[in-house]
Design a protein around this ligand. Structure first.
Ligand code: UD1
Ligand code: CA
Length: 452
């Protein structure tokens, strides 16, 4: 934007004690993606931008996640957790490089949008030294309050340090701040820790800006965009906001959903044209659904690619590595994992297809199982184009079934089947004419009370 360079620092060194979890707080997910990844994805990117994340000691997993999402990110460790201003200074090395704008965001505020970051930078260009993101909280308890006197932002008061009057203020600090790069370091280094918690509060920057005769602006946004997550209850609330957004975006993109409130999506779900999703479908991360595909009710999909006009469910479970070609069909109570179904392949009922490739137009009968695991290793099954596997067959991998081959129902197939062959592997049927009738007569006779 506007040719100004920008450094964004995302603070993510908190313990997240209130989550009561061994997982660092910012690695919890909403919309199938970590809290941290949402913030990083919204942060300014491209030429003239730098990105830094501040992580807690021993939280390499947080730095790794940041690098996965934005390989350009610089990671800094805050050795001791002494407050938000102290956390910013952990990235001093990056600040010294001297960007025009310095944005500070929190890793536990995942619903923030790229547009808001852009709006925060506008007052800096207009001459302000600091812009603070504010919102009207329905319940302001716990948030820093924005103290506005004569139309000017003069201070931010943390809950613990606020007077009764100040606590009645509902305009709150969302946590995102934008500093003019020229004075940022000078201001942040002035922040002390004489407050009830003995922490270095970044929010004290506002008072210092005033003392220096500089100006601080407020940019307002909605509460839903800046919900901070400290507890599992807040995580669930944020998920609700995220799901509403994702459903609206999907409807907007032309997806048909008759009960969108029952469908769960991921932030990275991608849809083609004329996709239908029936009620009670859960879509985890890494799912793409091509034009004309239908996902029927009660299906669960993760890391799966659904081809054009393919059909899934009802009651299907597609696990990671599933790829369905054009017009492929997965029916009820079918589970797939690391499975490629080529165009027109059909797996319609009660089947497990794992570590397998099913050729174009092949038909897999009800109850077929690819036996892919021997207790130690996984093995592959390859089924050729146009093959027909009869119901209730066990395909013991590693195994190849040739193109156009037939497998008789109820077979246990352990050896490769050539193209166009018939393989049957089951007990021979025996027949005894009239046996059932004789059996019944014998039993009835044995039951009759003995006379005399
Ligand atoms: C903070 C703000 C408060 C604001 C609220 C919005 C301060 C002093 N308070 O309070 O005004 O209304 O957010 O949600 O800034 N962090 C570190 N290192 C630290 C301390 C915190 O990296 O030493 C990180 C945390 O991981 C978190 C963020 O900074 O991502 C905010 O910290 P948190 O303790 O959650 O602050 P709040 O009490 O919520
Ligand atoms: Ca917080």
């Amino acid at each position: 934007m506007n040719g100004r360079s920008c450094l964004t620092i995302v603070l993510a060194a908190g313990e997240g004690t209130r989550m009561r979890s061994s997982l660092p707080k910012v690695l919890h997910s909403v919309g199938g993606q970590t809290l941290l990844s949402h913030v990083l994805a919204a942060a300014p990117g491209g030429p003239g931008t730098l990105l830094a994340v501040v992580v807690g000691p021993g939280h390499e997993a947080v730095a790794d996640e940041a690098k996965r999402v934005r390989p350009d990110v610089m990671a800094f460790v805050q050795g001791q957790r002494l407050g938000t201003a102290h956390a910013v200074l952990a990235a001093k090395e990056a600040i010294i490089r001297g960007a025009d704008d310095l944005l500070i965001a929190f890793g536990d505020t995942p619903l923030i949008s790229a547009d808001t970051f852009t709006r925060m930078r506008a007052p800096l260009q207009a001459g302000a030294s600091l812009a603070v993101l504010g919102f009207h909280a329905r319940n302001p308890t716990g948030y820093g309050r924005l103290i506005v006197t004569d139309g000017r932002l003069t201070a931010i008061r943390e809950e613990a340090d606020a007077s009764d009057d100040e606590r009645r203020v509902t305009l709150c600090n969302a946590g995102v701040m934008a500093f003019d790069g020229k004075t940022a370091l000078q201001i942040i280094e002035k922040i002390g820790n004489t407050n009830s918690k003995g922490e270095y509060y970044l929010t004290d920057a506002v008072g210092i800006v005033g003392e220096l005769g500089l100006t601080a602006a407020v940019i307002e946004t909605s509460e839903n965009e800046v919900r901070g997550i400290n507890t599992k209850a807040q995580l669930a609330e944020a998920e609700q906001v995220m799901q509403t957004r994702l459903r609206e975006a999907a409807l907007e993109a032309g997806v048909t959903m008759v009960a969108p409130e029952t469908v769960f999506l991921s932030a990275d779900t991608s849809f083609g044209k004329d996709v239908t999703i029936e009620p009670y479908v859960v879509i985890g991360q890494g799912v793409t659904i091509a034009d004309g595909a239908a996902i029927h009710a009660f299906s669960h999909l993760v890391q799966a690619s659904i081809g054009r006009n393919a059909s899934v469910g009802p009651y299907a479970r597609l696990r990671p590595g599933t790829s369905l070609g054009e017009g492929a069909r997965i029916g009820n109570f079918v589970e797939t994992k690391a499975a490629v179904l080529e165009a027109g392949a059909k797996v319609n009922h009660l089947t497990y297809i794992g570590d397998a490739c099913v050729g174009a137009n092949a038909n897999i009968g009800a109850g077929t199982i690819t036996c892919n695991y021997d207790g130690f290793n996984k093995h592959r099954t390859e089924i050729g184009e146009g093959a027909f596997v009869g119901s209730n067959s066990s395909l013991v991998a590693p195994l190849k079934i040739g193109a156009g081959a037939y497998v008789g129902s109820g077979s246990v197939i352990t050896k490769n089947v050539p193209d166009n062959a018939l393989a049957v592997g089951r007990g021979q049927q025996s027949l005894r004419e009239g046996w059932a009738k004789r059996f019944r007569e014998m039993k009835l006779l044995a039951k009759k009370p003995k006379s005399g």
